[in-house]
Design a protein around this ligand. Structure first.
Ligand code: NDP
Ligand code: MG
Length: 389
């Protein structure tokens, strides 16, 4: 692609969470598109961030962890890139002047404040960090409307829906959205079998290679529950119009049913580089290096209902979304804490839904919560989950 074409799409991007699974793939896509980088951020991986800075030469590099940021500053002393640390550094990266789009690939609610700051600074958002919409969907969508910025989905299901909705001017024409779910590594197991699964097994996703947290969320089906909430906010649809179907092969990335009965779907090999690129090139399409779908070689496509009895997280997320306020933030906070405890080997797989259920039951009713309300519900749910083991 010529430089001129790249300019027509997006000029300069920052990536929050550039060292993660989505962050690394986004840099690859940006390099192929010839886009320039304003700021890169991570939590504490100074070695990889140094490598990325040397290759992509951003103006600013930020580590949330203060001591890792000091290490990074020493490593980058011979480069023109400025290094910053902590919350203020992340906010600076999110709002950097001259950047038109911020790709949010931080994991967890840590992305909420920087995402809101980026929106208020007038940046379009390429959104991978779904926890931010789960916890603060009302605040984020209202801020985006007010600032007149785009929320461009990176999540593969939401990108599929976005692609199917191109040309649909009236959302009233949409009957329902159908999110596909692979079902993760444990679909078909019962509660007894699930109580014995190990962290190593949970980290073996059948179709996608992703960060550890979302891989566990896929195994519990919490990821799909969060995606229902994410779709609700992104597409302004009531929960009843968002369904989930298990589709083990991950070839159909999601579908939209219109009121005349037509169903549109987006298909492709499971590879995040395409949805990442579409968020960056929309409304255009450009060549992408992902492998092509060969229908003659692809497995038979199957569709099954979700198993709500053994995987209660999907319904729990719906329940939280129905109650609204800070309940989804409490659910997310408990889930983040529970997944971390599971990955540390301190609780079993079935303790994750158990701790999440407890958080939803205990969550206060706060209509129209502020970011502070959301963050304190998150903190309370985390503390409760940790004390509940
Ligand atoms: P990873 O765990 O691979 O990466 C997370 C990134 O966020 C890393 O750069 C990490 O830095 C940084 N980070 C972690 N904690 C903090 C913090 N407290 N403050 C600042 N930065 C932090 O996650 P993924 O790339 O898998 O996922 C990122 C987001 O994208 C998640 O919300 C996920 O749900 C969503 N998503 C991911 C998909 C995937 O294929 N991976 C698909 C669809 C959505 P460090 O490396 O230093 O720890
Ligand atoms: Mg997804």
């Amino acid at each position: 692609m010529s430089g001129e074409e790249a300019f027509a799409v997006r000029r300069r991007l920052s990536i929050l969470g550039s060292t993660g699974s989505i962050g690394r793939q986004s840099l690859e896509v940006m390099a192929a598109l010839g886009l320039s980088v304003g700021a890169l951020t991570a939590h504490r991986n100074a070695a990889l961030l140094e490598e990325q800075v040397r290759r992509f030469r951003p103006e600013l590099a930020v580590l949330a962890d203060e001591s890792a940021a000091r290490d990074l500053a020493v490593r980058l002393a011979d480069t023109p890139t400025r290094v910053a640390a902590g919350r203020s550094g992340l906010l600076e990266a999110a709002t950097l002047e001259g950047v038109d789009t911020v790709l949010t690939a931080v994991v967890g609610i840590a992305g909420a404040e920087p995402t809101l700051a980026a929106i208020r600074a007038g940046k379009d958002i390429a959104l991978a960090n779904k926890e931010t919409l789960v916890c603060a969907g009302a605040l984020v969508t209202a801020a985006a409307r007010e600032a007149g910025v785009e929320l461009l989905p990176v999540d593969s299901e939401h990108s599929a829906i976005f692609q199917c909705l191109q040309g649909c001017a009236d959302r009233g024409e949409v009957e329902r959205i159908l999110l596909t779910a692979s079902g993760g590594p444990f679909y078909g197991k019962d509660w007894q079998a699930l109580s014995l699964v190990t962290k190593e097994q949970a980290l073996q996703h059948p179709n996608w290679s992703m960060g550890a947290k979302i891989t566990v969320d896929s195994a519990t089906m919490m990821n799909k529950g969060f995606e229902v909430i994410e779709a609700m906010w992104l597409y302004d649809l009531p929960l009843e119009r968002i369904d989930v179907v298990i589709h083990r092969e991950s070839v159909i990335h999601s579908l939209v049913e219109f009121r005349d009965g037509a169903v549109l779907a987006q298909l492709g090999v499971p590879d995040m580089r395409l949805p990442i690129q579409y968020a960056l090139t929309w409304p255009r399409r450009l060549p992408c290096p992902t492998p092509r779908l060969d229908l003659l070689r692809c497995p038979n496509l199957t569709f099954l209902p979700p198993d709500g009895e053994n995987f209660p997280c999907l319904d729990l997320a719906r329940q939280a979304a129905r109650r609204g306020g800070v309940v989804p933030a409490a659910l997310n906070g408990a889930n983040e804490a529970a997944v971390a405890l599971f990955l540390e080997g301190r609780i079993g797989f079935c303790d994750i839904p158990r701790l999440c259920q407890r958080a939803v039951a205990a969550a206060p009713e706060i209509p129209a919560p502020s970011l502070e309300d959301v963050l304190s519900a998150d903190a309370a749910a985390r503390a409760d989950a940790r004390s509940g083991i």
